[in-house]
Design a protein around this ligand. Structure first.
Ligand SMILES: Cc1cc2nc3c(=O)[nH]c(=O)nc-3n(C[C@H](O)[C@H](O)[C@H](O)COP(=O)(O)OP(=O)(O)OC[C@H]3O[C@@H](n4cnc5c(N)ncnc54)[C@H](O)[C@@H]3O)c2cc1C
Length: 475
């Protein structure tokens, strides 16, 4: 492909800003730490197969792998063993939440909907159920998730462990739609919790970073099924900023992708429509061109001829037209992202979001930071979950990414300095450099969470290297 062929389509912008269907297939050499991916992938060590996350930046060699069949087997295992355990969902976290040298526990056998309350529209779901499978089952039962993240490849328990979210200030994170859950603690005790039963555990466990115990099932508030129109438009930067402020105040369901070094921004709105309107407007949404190739080509051209970055990034967005897609909620939300990246995301107070986003885009230009990966901007409603990024604070979530095989440390550190000035709270599942002191200042319920955690897991069975910095041993 030559530079003449480069056309930035709206679909390319979206594809480059998201993820993929495959996880955990790559990684590197030794230890359970962050490590860059190698083309050949990691080799087994002493016969132990490696585990790695979706982007390949987290790798470990667990001595044991467990996949309990049911809650009884899980409880028995916890009662009869004493070693460290980390639960894994779909391995879609970029931070070191999962790696362990000891037991890696998959809850993949806890899947599917076991009960539907037609009246209250609540469903009981196995912790290991992937969001895509949950979406299909809900749709078959004429039900829908109230909101969804960018992709649907995560597990439900993994998603709520980090307050995974979609967009719209009128909508909370997935954790905020949990109305009950069952937790098996370090010594094998089973605890049910909800707003009316073990309320403190409920408030902590809805965003738990895998540190309280193993969740076996989750009760989720859902709604009747629905249809959506997704409209995306590339706008000049200032026009986009004005429109975003209006949409935030109206608590509308929308997100934005800012393009580094460009003077345009992609805005995507979601509007609920009737089935009839959706059916009447079905469009061919099949892929046109390969996003990876387009963006890699852009990156390669810019690497070879750096002075072309400004012109390329300012001209290419102008070629993107308005696009509309109609469909059932689970089709519109379930994006397929087929290129890998590493990501940092911070949530700042919603009212400061646009100022912070502007500073991010301006800093990239001013400091001439070598990145072309789109920056995602979303709003999320507040909740009352102790460690949620949205605890008592509606938030603007800003995500910065780079290709999985490009360095991200310097870029993300520069962005983190901006987020810190706005009292940003990092996404638990994405890259950050925060430790216990920072979290104590960011979360009013930090001490309560820590105390409860120590009570439920006194021997630190659920603490790995990454969580050691977050919950250090005092004294
Ligand atoms: C391509 C891509 C797109 C993404 N899009 C979004 C997005 O739109 N919005 C957003 O907010 N985030 C997004 N993320 C981040 C992702 O949603 C979170 O990191 C999420 O936690 C990953 O879920 P998982 O099932 O892969 O869990 P894992 O990463 O495997 O685990 C996450 C945590 O959950 C714990 N855990 C898993 N199962 C259990 C269990 N049964 N009991 C107790 N603890 C458990 C683990 O121990 C770990 O602490 C994205 C990530 C990727 C790679």
């Amino acid at each position: 492909m030559t530079i003449k062929n480069i056309k930035l389509t709206r679909r390319n912008v979206l594809k480059v800003a998201g993820g993929s269907l495959f996880a955990g297939a790559v990684g590197t050499t030794t230890g359970c730490s962050s490590a860059p991916e190698q083309a050949s992938g990691p080799a087994p060590i002493n016969g132990i197969m490696p585990w790695s996350n979706w982007s390949g930046n987290q790798v470990c060699y667990p001595a044991e792998r467990a996949r309990p069949r049911n809650a009884e087997q899980l409880a028995k295992m916890l009662k009869e063993t004493t070693g460290k355990i980390r639960a894994v969902g779909a391995g879609h976290s970029f931070s070191g939440l999962v790696p362990t040298d000891e037991t890696l526990l998959s809850m993949a056998r806890f899947r599917g909907i076991s009960h539907i309350n037609e009246e209250t529209k609540e469903v009981i779901v196995g912790a290991g159920t992937r969001l895509s499978a949950l979406g299909d089952s809900l749709f078959e039962n004429n039900l829908g998730m109230i909101n969804m993240p960018d992709v649907n490849t995560q597990s439900l328990a993994g998603s709520i462990a980090t307050s995974t979210h979609g967009t719209g200030e009128g909508f909370g994170s997935l954790s905020s739609y949990v109305t009950g859950l069952t937790l098996v603690t370090a010594d094998g005790e089973t605890i049910k919790c909800s707003a009316s039963e073990n309320k403190d555990i409920f408030d902590a466990a809805r965003c738990n970073i895998g540190s309280l115990g193993i969740i076996t099932d989750i009760t989720l508030q859902v709604r009747e099924s629905y249809y959506l129109k997704e409209r995306s438009e590339m706008l000049p930067l200032e026009e986009a900023f004005e429109k975003m402020e209006e949409m935030r105040i109206a608590k509308r369901h929308f997100e934005a992708f800012g393009l580094p070094h460009a003077n345009h921004m992609l805005l995507i709105e979601f509007t609920e429509v009737s089935k009839e309107e959706s059916d009447a407007n079905q469009t061919d949404t099949s892929e046109t061109g390969d996003a990876y190739e387009t963006f890699r080509t852009l990156a390669n051209v810019i690497d070879a001829v750096p002075f072309l970055r400004g012109p390329v990034m300012s001209i290419a967005p102008r070629t993107v037209g308005v696009e509309e897609r109609y469909g059932a909620w689970n089709d519109i939300f379930g994006n397929i992202r087929d290129m890998r990246f590493n990501e940092m995301e911070y949530t700042v107070p919603a009212e400061d979001g646009l100022a912070c986003f502007r500073e991010v885009l301006e800093t990239i230009k001013e400091k001439d930071i070598d990145v072309i990966f789109p920056i995602e901007y979303r709003y999320v409603g507040e909740d009352d979950i102790w460690l949620s990024q949205f605890y008592k604070r509606p938030g603007a979530a800003i995500s910065v990414h780079n290709f999985h095989d490009k360095p991200y440390e310097s870029y993300s550190e520069q962005m983190e300095a901006i987020f810190d000035r706005y009292q940003g709270r990092p996404h638990w599942g994405k890259l950050h450099n925060k430790t216990e002191q920072d979290f104590a200042a960011l979360y009013p319920k930090w001490e309560e969470f820590k105390e409860l955690r120590s009570k439920l897991d006194p021997n630190r069975r659920f603490i790995n290297n990454h969580l050691d910095a977050i919950f250090p041993v005092i004294g």
